[in-house]
Design a protein around this ligand. Structure first.
Ligand code: C5P
Length: 238
């Protein structure tokens, strides 16, 4: 039985992508984004519990995609769980947390929208959580100069980019730490404000550190992102 679970949050609408379909079901090289995202998870070194959080009216579709992905990877479907998501990303993560197997002690939360994430990045996050015993998230240095700008367009200041990191998923945590932090956030009325898992865990007073991310773990948000993902796959395939 797996000791690692990956919660793949795929219940967003993806309004910014400009498709009628929820984002996880939008096609990229003839396969839904969710199908690509599951490649990263099935490609991990150790067998993991996979919890897919799908839009409430698309759970059956998501299950069919997961079964197909498992077959392609010759993986059993016994540790694949499908659940319906909620209104916000945090609500969706909650639904996923409720489905954890008792044997799981490390939890990764991953955006289905980061469809091209290398499996090795997921393995690296698991290894770092085990080595440190705390929260670990991947991040990349920020290359652009970042300004704080007023509504009028006036520049208020330049942020020191040497201390900035653009963070990605999967975000990994010891299960007990993530569960306690989520309970703490709910009790203290912080749940709505803290949109990412690392912020929630850090807010409850736990250490979270950043390890090197990967350019392919970018989040597909806009039509341009989808086009970029398509070009990357075209270049990779013969
Ligand atoms: O909207 P955004 O791209 O920031 O969402 C990040 C991830 O969270 C996506 O993979 C999306 O499917 C997921 N999400 C969710 N449930 C929501 C909102 C977003 O699972 N209610």
């Amino acid at each position: 039985t797996p000791t690692v679970a990956v919660i793949v949050v795929a219940a967003g609408s993806g309004t910014r992508l400009g498709h009628a379909e929820p984002k996880a079901f939008v096609l990229l090289h003839m396969r839904p984004l969710l199908d690509h995202a599951l490649d990263s998870i099935f490609g991990m070194k150790e067998p993991v519990q996979i919890i897919v959080v799908a839009p409430v009216d698309r759970v059956a579709d998501a299950r069919a995609i997961a079964v197909r992905a498992a077959a392609r990877h010759e993986a059993p479907t016994g540790f694949v769980t499908l659940v319906a998501g909620g209104r916000t990303r945090q609500d969706s993560v909650d639904q996923g947390m409720n489905a954890l197997l008792p044997s799981v002690d490390v939890v990764l939360v991953h955006d289905a929208a980061r469809a091209l994430t290398p499996a090795a990045l997921c393995d690296g996050v698991v290894a770092a959580v085990r080595a440190t015993g705390h929260g670990v998230i991947p991040g990349l240095p920020v290359v652009d100069t970042i300004k704080r700008v007023a509504e009028s367009g006036a520049i208020l200041g330049t942020v020191d980019r040497s201390e900035l990191s653009a963070v990605q998923t999967p975000q990994g945590f010891p299960r007990a730490m993530l569960e306690a932090a989520r309970a703490w956030a709910v009790q203290n009325g912080r749940f709505e404000a803290l949109t990412d898992d690392a912020a929630l865990v850090a807010d409850a007073g736990n250490p979270v550190s950043v390890i090197g991310g990967h350019p392919l773990a970018f989040k597909i948000t806009t039509p341009e992102d989808l086009e970029r993902a398509d070009l990357i796959l075209q270049a990779a395939a013969p």
